[in-house]
Write a protein that binds this ligand. Structure first.
Ligand SMILES: C[S@@+](CC[C@H](N)C(=O)[O-])C[C@H]1O[C@@H](n2cnc3c(N)ncnc32)[C@H](O)[C@@H]1O
Length: 308
């Protein structure tokens, strides 16, 4: 039996969680004002960094000493300008919040899975120097460690054994490299329309590599609920924060809130709790309308270009 708790509210306040009560964080913050994910969500880049800072401080408080927080993210280009999100995140987490910078893994997506646009086409139309704009096929997984000791020898033997990592998979799927080849989730897939969901495969690797069965995983930017869905399946407890109440239905369906799953009948019902705070907001309808407007404009532009 595990517990799953979802709080709708701003993750800069995780007052529901006690200091040191979380063993692993797996998360992907919003991609600043990315045109096809979060257009116009933040008034400025400074406001966006304030969010990372605020949530980073809360993560530091709730994480147990010696344990890690994994951030999946990438630099974002908005109206032609590239924002150095990964560098700024590392700077904030290490030099302002107090984490140690432990690891960086590159998540490489297959070539055919680009979500947005092929920038590289420009060079095909203009095969000359200074027309080079590569297509982006990777994101970064940055792992931060909270200082302090995690004593592995105190983990009970039966927990250690139930958390054993499959070394064959580790080798065959090349988890041992700092570049992970994993298919991304396209926006057309069930949970991910209008939300940049990360793949379950990526989350399951992190959960298996950095937490033990029965421990607690946190995602302060829960989105469609991927982290909690995976954590629960791997017998870890999970707490998720999500500001957008409009994702409630998707999250509840995905986590089987309100109806126990088949495995629960055999291993005992999971405890599932949903809290709606009054700082929750309604974002998806507005974001969706903005994204659709942009997509229509883009289609009209390319039709015009094809006809001229
Ligand atoms: C990149 S998405 C996460 C997607 C998620 N990994 C998944 O697989 O579905 C980031 C999420 O953070 C949420 N968010 C933005 N600001 C927030 C805040 N202050 N507190 C909590 N959630 C927030 C957004 O609504 C969005 O759903």
């Amino acid at each position: 039996m595990v517990f799953v708790k979802v709080v709708f509210g701003d993750a800069r306040n995780m007052g529901e969680l006690q200091d040191g009560s979380v063993h692993l964080v797996v998360t992907s913050p919003p991609y600043y004002n990315a045109p096809f994910d979060f257009p116009g969500l933040f008034p400025s880049y400074g406001d966006y960094l304030d969010l990372l800072r605020g949530v980073g401080r809360e993560i530091y408080r709730v994480l147990a000493p010696g344990r890690v927080a994994c951030f999946v993210t990438q630099d974002v280009r908005v109206e032609g300008r590239l924002y150095p999100i990964v560098s700024d995140l590392i700077h904030i987490m290490v030099y302002e919040v107090g984490f140690e910078y432990q690891e960086k893994i590159v998540w490489r997506k297959p070539e055919g899975y680009i979500r947005i646009s092929r920038r590289s086409g420009v060079l095909i139309q203009h095969p000359y120097p200074m027309y080079y704009y590569p297509d982006n096929i990777y994101e970064e997984i940055v792992v931060f460690r909270k200082p302090g000791e995690f004593d592995r020898t105190k983990v009970p033997e039966h927990v250690r054994e139930r958390s054993r990592i499959d070394v064959r998979r580790f080798q065959v799927e090349k988890w041992y490299l700092s570049v992970w080849d994993i298919k991304n989730v396209l926006p057309s897939e069930k949970w991910s329309k209008y939300t940049a969901a990360f793949p379950e495969e990526l989350v399951q690797r992190l959960v298996r590599l950095y937490s033990y069965v029965g421990e607690t995983v946190l995602d302060p930017f829960l989105g469609t609920g991927t982290t909690c869905a995976v954590a629960r399946r791997l017998e870890r407890n999970c707490v998720g924060y999500e500001i957008d109440l409009e994702l409630r239905e998707v999250i509840e369906e995905r986590l089987g809130i309100g109806k126990p799953s088949l495995t629960e009948y055999t291993r005992g019902a999971d405890v599932k709790e949903v809290v709606v705070r009054n700082d929750a907001r309604r974002l998806r309808t507005t974001l969706r309308e903005r994204i659709e407007r942009r997509l229509n404009e883009k289609n009209e532009r390319s039709m015009r270009d094809n006809h001229s």
